[in-house]
Ligand binder design. Structure first.
Ligand code: GLC
Length: 496
């Protein structure tokens, strides 16, 4: 079975967040099961080419619209990695970053088309074309209408975050050689917001023209059908419900392994967790006498509940613990706000702020903390809570998306005792969070035996890609079986 993934990220060479990690974990594990897996991503200038060995040019020159491209290729972590080099005069992938450019729409629609041009040159049948998020969602309608020569049996779109949709103008489609006006229809790519009748929504194109949609957790698959979480696409999603299959992400249990992690000064297992955590704490500049240590390792964006992360500082201090925050914000205003907070707590040994992307410190913190706070307003899957549990750090999460699917409250009698592994609060409010922080602190201080049980349970849970991989392969197989018949969803949409 040949699976071709198109994505904007792939860890560790081009990673901005969880998407990159998922691409690596999923492709590696599916390849190990003997499927033929390829990944195509833009050849960003920020890719450290020393990390990609044996990279060689596969197609030195091919045209997409008016500009030239090349494709570089190598074996990487079990799968075939292809880097698409665009020589477009706008220097689409020479920006020193993956996202956040004014012309992101032009950059990623160009990549989408160029990747399909390359696949057409390759002229090899594809069993599953697996797309990720809005960046490449346009490939779905392009395969159906423009690249009909591509022998693609089925298209899958993973939804890592429905908030980002690639909203743009009709002219953005024209620019990459589609008839933009044609797509401005409610059953095609017209944005669902009636106030924006002239807006094209790239993600919607992926939703409508893919054979299966995969939100990255079962709860998120349900949530996006509602106005609260659907990002305005819930109406379309409800119509497409039969082709939505939520599959929980895994984490790379080799990278995140306290027994072998090279970032740690002492390795530990469930048997030696207390000592291991003590050793990790010794490396962190935080008051070791004031515990529990609670922290967050996160991007500072609205999704992650920054106002709750802030609130938790005072609550932690009142309750007698210490607080660490590692992360940074892509939004200057938000970053400035947290810079001010850092100033406010300067000299306070019980508060640590580190505003940077720091892999080493992240590993040390996962080991050193007692509690990890994840107060997200929404969370498609979330990887930090699973990583924390691997390191014996007990998560405190808001009940949403993948957090709800992986963390079960220590005091929730409706959950079987053997599943309880953390603390969960329902509402994204200060009151609801504070009350839960209080419960967590109380248990930590007054019932160490139960707290140890939570630690051990988290460490022993299998969060690897093993089960998700089987689910993906099962889904691929089901799709291929039905692709042998003519796919009804496809016909309906085109005929409308
Ligand atoms: C996005 C989501 C996050 C998810 C990740 C990988 O970053 O916000 O919840 O874990 O994608 O799917």
């Amino acid at each position: 079975m040949r699976i071709v993934h198109l994505a904007a990220e792939f860890a560790p060479i081009a990673k901005a967040g969880g998407l990159g990690e998922v691409l690596l974990g999923l492709t590696r594990e599916v390849s190990k099961k003997g499927l033929d897996v390829e990944v195509i991503l833009p050849k960003y200038d920020l890719i450290d080419l020393s990390k990609v060995q044996n990279l060689s040019i596969e197609v030195p020159n091919f045209k997409c619209l008016d500009s030239q491209n090349a494709v570089w290729s190598c074996r990487y972590e079990e799968c075939q990695l292809r880097l698409l080099e665009s020589r477009h005069p706008a220097g689409y992938f020479h920006r020193g970053k993956i996202y956040g450019c004014e012309d992101d729409i032009a950059r990623f629609t160009y990549f989408s088309r160029a990747a399909l041009e390359y696949l057409a040159l390759q002229n090899k049948p594809i069993d599953v074309l697996h797309l990720h998020d809005w960046h490449v969602a346009l490939c779905a309608p392009m395969v159906r209408h423009l690249f009909t020569q591509l022998r693609v049996k089925s298209i899958v779109l993973s939804i890592h975050n429905i908030e980002y949709q690639g909203k743009c103008a009709v002219s953005d489609l024209d620019r990459i050689g589609l008839k933009g006006d044609f797509y401005l229809a409610p059953h095609l790519l017209q944005d669902d917001n009636p106030k924006h009748p002239k807006t094209i929504n790239l993600l919607k194109g992926g939703l409508v023209f893919s054979d299966a949609l995969i939100p990255v957790s079962p709860t998120y698959a349900q949530e996006i059908l509602t106005p609260q979480y659907g990002g305005g696409l819930d109406g379309t999603l409800r119509k497409l419900k039969p082709k939505i299959f939520g599959i929980l992400n895994g984490i790379d249990q080799k990278i995140w392994d306290p027994e072998k992690d090279p970032a740690l000064s002492m390795h530990y297992s469930t048997e030696s967790v207390a000592k291991g955590k003590q050793a990790a704490r010794a490396k962190i500049k935080l008051d070791g006498t004031k515990r529990p240590w609670i922290g967050a390792i996160t991007r500072l964006v609205v999704q992650k509940g920054p106002e709750l992360l802030e609130e938790a500082i005072e609550t932690t201090l009142k309750l007698g613990g210490s607080y660490a925050l590692l992360g940074s914000s892509p939004h200057p205003k938000m970053q400035e706000h947290f810079n001010q907070l850092k100033k406010k707590y300067e000299g306070n040994a019980r508060v640590l702020f580190q505003f940077e992307y720091n892999e080493q410190l992240a590993h040390e913190l996962y080991a050193a903390l007692d509690l990890l706070l994840v107060p997200s307003h929404y969370e498609p899957c979330g990887l930090t809570q699973m990583i924390a549990m691997r390191y014996g750090t007990v998560p405190i999460v808001r009940s949403t998306g993948g957090l709800k699917d992986t963390v079960f409250d220590a005091e929730d009698s409706s959950t079987p005792a053997v599943k309880r592994n953390g603390f969960v609060f329902r509402d994204a409010t200060k009151a609801s969070m504070n009350q839960t922080l209080k419960r967590a602190f109380e248990l930590f201080n007054s019932d160490p035996v139960t707290f140890q049980t939570l630690i051990r349970r988290g460490m022993q849970t299998d969060f690897s890609w093993k089960n998700p991989t089987l689910e993906y392969i099962k889904l691929y197989r089901t799709l291929l079986k039905s692709a042998l018949d003519v796919n009804p969803i496809r016909i309906n949409v085109v005929a409308n």
